[in-house]
Design a protein around this ligand. Structure first.
Ligand code: ZN
Ligand code: ZN
Length: 225
């Protein structure tokens, strides 16, 4: 190691560096003093060297701890970024799922609207048919129609002249009775199965159609004359 700083005595005065000639010249005059000075010089040189080594070691240690701190900070930042990214991805996935759910609901609603339109159309046709062919007879929604379309007719004409017939009336009452309590009059049509199957008291409590057990998506009040 090269020592460039001048050597100092403990009182900070500069230690003169002696050339060989000078050393011999001095030693000739006072050998004892010269030897003492040489030893002192050597001792100082050694202690300075040791001190310098210690300082360098301290500096290295400090640099190392600084580097360690910076690395730790960077690691923390990276972890934070990763967390943020994961959160954003989660939000995107959630929004995507919500979007899909809304799409599904919208499709269901559209299907329901189509079904309702079909029902209205059928009722119109049947009412028209009933009025023209039944001679002013009563139009009854046939709740025995299956959702699979086993029967083709949705309505049944009951002619006025036959309303006095006890058997017919009984059958009519049975057909029109609520399929949940059997005492009220069925006036609610369930969708999508289209069964006229519940009275106005039972309908709000029913989650499935009492005739075919199809889950209720909606219901409409049938206006029966
Ligand atoms: Zn009922
Ligand atoms: Zn049903």
């Amino acid at each position: 190691m090269v020592i460039e700083a001048p050597l100092l005595y403990p009182n900070n005065s500069v230690i003169p560096v002696m050339e060989d000639g000078e050393f011999f010249a001095q030693s000739r005059f006072d050998p004892h003093q010269t030897e003492q000075r040489r030893r002192s010089n050597e001792k100082l040189r050694r202690s300075l060297k040791e001190e310098m080594i210690l300082q360098v070691a301290r500096l290295l240690k400090k640099l190392e701890s600084n580097a360690f701190y910076l690395l730790k900070q960077k690691d923390l930042e990276i972890a934070k970024e990763a967390k943020k990214r994961a959160e954003l991805e989660e939000i995107v996935a959630k929004l995507e799922a919500e979007n899909q759910a809304l799409k599904r609901i919208s499709q269901e609603k559209e299907a329901m609207i189509d079904s309702l339109n079909d029902t209205i159309e059928e009722m119109r046709e049947q009412a028209y048919y009933g009025l023209n062919n039944g001679g002013g007879g009563v139009v009854v929604v046939d709740d025995a129609e299956s959702c699979c379309g086993e029967n083709t007719g949705n309505f049944k004409d009951v002619e006025e002249g036959r309303s006095n017939n006890g058997e017919e009336e009984e059958e009519f009452d049975e057909v029109m009775s609520c399929k949940s309590c059997y005492c009220g009059k069925s006036c609610y049509m369930f969708l999508p199965c289209r069964h006229l199957s519940a009275c106005k008291f039972c309908e709000p409590f029913l989650k499935v159609c009492p005739v075919c057990r199809t889950p209720k998506k909606a219901s409409i009040e049938a206006l029966i004359f």
